[in-house]
Design a protein around this ligand. Structure first.
Ligand SMILES: Nc1ncnc2c1ncn2[C@@H]1O[C@H](COP(=O)(O)OP(=O)(O)OP(=O)(O)O)[C@@H](O)[C@H]1O
Ligand SMILES: [Mg+2]
Length: 357
């Protein structure tokens, strides 16, 4: 075990923001306080992650699970989700897990190399394997959550310590249509909407944020993400075609939330790939005033608010995987969009952390 991941009582007190005495009391009082991994001359030491998860759970700090959704493709869902996750982890020092639910695997190959992704895919360490296991209940399951989480991912600084990834796979295309049938087949009575929830249960307490990059649809895979979401974000280009389906998303998510009897509030709409033209300005005005399309009609659902930060169209983001781009720094990777992605991450953090549970 890496010794930097071991913590003593003083460090536990620091990370829990309590005194050493309080930590000693916890140890005595609670049987479920983690056991030390070994005792050094200086005293007992614990695995940092195990203790952090315990403290977080003990203090009742729920993990914020946010889905990034739009029915329209190519509107910047993945770019926004990954950028926000990177900033929350690197600059806000949060523990963040990115879950890639899109068979296009864009978030996965932005955060880990294609070689690494190919190895994980081959070894069944992706969400596609998670669902495939449930489709073939008579075969021994191959998916293991611990092995399927890539640690310290991102091109920024050659890896961000607190940022992890559960990758996707193109294999998901072949199986996604069969997932709704899972409950009807095999020996297990597993709700096909609860598959991701069950898989993440052992690890979710480690994270302050889980950011879910959804495919451009509201199928069973996206619903697996919504099932565990404490909120969602709608990235959209401020034009007619990209904003057209937003009413449908809000309406559908609301109905799904009613079905599962759990609120899934929209944190807001974020304008992406913004250019200073008249059309973009007009749609931004409508969004800012809360009267986008059908939202403006009598008796309609309220429009989610527009985030103050919008993401400009920049060459840095567009050139993406260009080998010449210095994608190891935020400025190199996002260019002038960096400040706005950073502002958005802060808005999201404030909304999550000040909202009543
Ligand atoms: N702010 C931006 N400036 C310039 N290009 C951008 C910006 N944001 C995203 N792009 C580019 O637009 C394309 C689509 O972006 P992205 O993959 O983030 O969208 P998406 O909504 O996740 O798409 P999909 O529906 O296919 O998953 C990509 O080529 C990306 O590099
Ligand atoms: Mg995407």
């Amino acid at each position: 075990m890496d010794s930097s991941n071991l913590v003593g009582i003083s460090e536990i007190a620091d990370l829990a923001k309590v005194t050493r005495q309080v930590v000693s009391n916890w140890r005595q009082r609670y049987d479920h306080f983690p056991r030390p991994v070994k005792t050094l001359q200086s005293g007992p030491v614990w695995d940092r992650e195990v203790v952090e998860a315990w403290v977080k759970n003990f203090k009742g700090e729920a993990t914020h699970v946010l889905s990034f959704i739009n029915l329209k493709g190519g509107v910047g869902k993945t770019t926004t989700a990954v950028g926000v996750a990177e900033i929350l982890a690197q600059e806000e020092r949060k523990h963040v897990l990115v879950v890639d639910l899109d068979p296009q695997t864009n978030a996965s190959v932005t955060l880990i190399s294609e070689e690494r992704w190919a190895e994980m895919d081959k070894a069944g360490q992706t969400v596609a394997q998670l669902f495939a296991d449930r489709l073939n209940p008579n075969d021994p399951p191959k998916f293991e959550i611990e092995k399927s989480i890539a640690r310290g991912v991102s091109t920024i600084n050659d890896g961000i310590a607190r940022l992890d990834l559960l990758p996707s796979s193109i294999r998901l295309i072949d199986i996604q249509d069969r997932i709704p049938m899972i409950a009807l087949s095999g020996n297990f009575t597993v709700n096909p909407l609860d598959i991701l929830k069950h898989a993440l249960q052992p690890v979710i307490d480690r994270y302050d944020y889980v950011i879910i990059d959804c495919p451009p649809s509201l199928g069973t895979v996206t619903k697996n993400g919504l099932r565990i979401s404490t909120g969602y974000v709608i990235p959209t280009i401020p034009d007619i075609l990209s904003t057209w389906g937003i009413y449908q998303i809000v309406d559908n998510v609301q109905r799904f939330a009613d079905d599962i009897d759990r609120p899934i509030p929209s944190l807001g709409i974020v304008a992406t790939k913004v250019q200073g033209n008249n059309l973009h300005r007009r749609v931004m005005d409508d969004l800012g005033a809360g009267r986008l399309g059908r939202f403006g009609e009598a008796g309609a659902l309220p429009q989610p608010p527009l985030f103050a930060n919008s993401i400009p169209q920049t060459v840095n983001v567009a050139r993406g995987a260009d080998v010449d781009a210095d994608i190891r720094t935020f400025k190199g990777k996002y260019g002038t969009a960096y400040e706005s992605i950073r502002g958005l991450a802060k808005e999201i953090k404030t909304l999550c952390e000040t909202r009543k549970p």
